[in-house]
Ligand binder design. Structure first.
Ligand code: FMN
Length: 229
């Protein structure tokens, strides 16, 4: 489904221990460890120097306070809406008029409120485990949400999909679509565009093989009977 996504689980930024440990920042800061990693990968560095410079074209040039990566980062930090409410979601739906997809639903009650808001689809997601330490996994809450609102709204899922089998498990539990975040980013980091294609090929192949072993030719045939629950 194409439409506007509203992320519901990012009113504030979670405490991201790995980002702190790895010194992740925008723009990147050159720490001794990062300099060392660059020094031992000269081929990668040379390739990076010749790649196209990318920018956030949908923001830069439209938002006056976001001229470069540094000011863009400051501007982005200010966009988190701590007061986001279900009334706001309904307002967005009315203003937008097109399909609205709500991302970050993790329990039945919120799923029911999403249906009430007029949204067209929800993404069952714990934000890839990046927001709240100790939150349940998306795959574990998915069946409860499918049982609660599966007839009323389209249900998608992300967070933790690393293989074709992971994607199929979500589909078998009732998701009509799944997304990957880091799985393709790992490919991108390692081999650029080719790496993304390879990551997608691996996942597609795993799905194919798993469906064959399940005796299914069509993905729509996957359901809970294929899983040990
Ligand atoms: C580097 C990175 C940046 C992300 N930025 C956003 C974001 O701006 N908005 C959002 O809704 N989700 C964001 N996400 C979360 C993804 O949309 C998605 O929910 C998550 O990556 C899925 O989990 P997975 O990485 O295990 O597949 C980001 C994820 C990563 C890895």
């Amino acid at each position: 489904m194409f439409g506007t996504y509203v992320t519901l689980d990012l009113q504030i930024l979670g405490q991201r221990h790995k980002d702190i440990k790895n010194g992740l920042s925008v723009p990147p800061k050159m720490t001794p460890s990062q300099l060392w990693h660059m020094a031992i990968k000269p081929r990668w560095c040379l390739k990076m120097l010749s790649t196209k410079r990318h920018s956030f074209r949908n923001i830069q040039g439209h938002v006056s306070d976001a001229q470069d990566l540094s000011s863009l980062s400051v501007w982005t930090q200010k966009q988190f809406d701590e007061k986001l409410s279900w009334d706001d979601v309904e307002w967005i739906k009315q203003k937008w008029g097109g399909p609205l997809i709500l991302k970050g639903i993790m329990d039945e009650q919120d799923a029911q409120l999403a249906v009430k808001s007029g949204a067209d689809a929800i993404v069952v997601s714990n934000h890839g485990g990046r927001q709240l330490d100790g939150a349940r996994s998306a795959i574990s809450v998915l069946p409860e949400i499918v049982d609660a609102v599966g007839n009323d709204i389209e249900i998608h899922m992300d967070s933790g999909i690393r293989s074709g089998q992971d994607a199929l498990k979500a589909v078998a539990l009732g998701a009509t679509g799944v997304y990957i975040g880091r799985s393709y980013l790992y490919g991108l980091g390692a081999m650029g565009e080719q790496g993304v294609e390879l990551a997608l090929d691996i996942i597609r192949n795993e799905m194919d093989i798993t469906m064959a072993f399940c005796g299914e030719r069509k993905i729509t045939g996957m359901n809970r009977k294929h899983l040990y629950l």
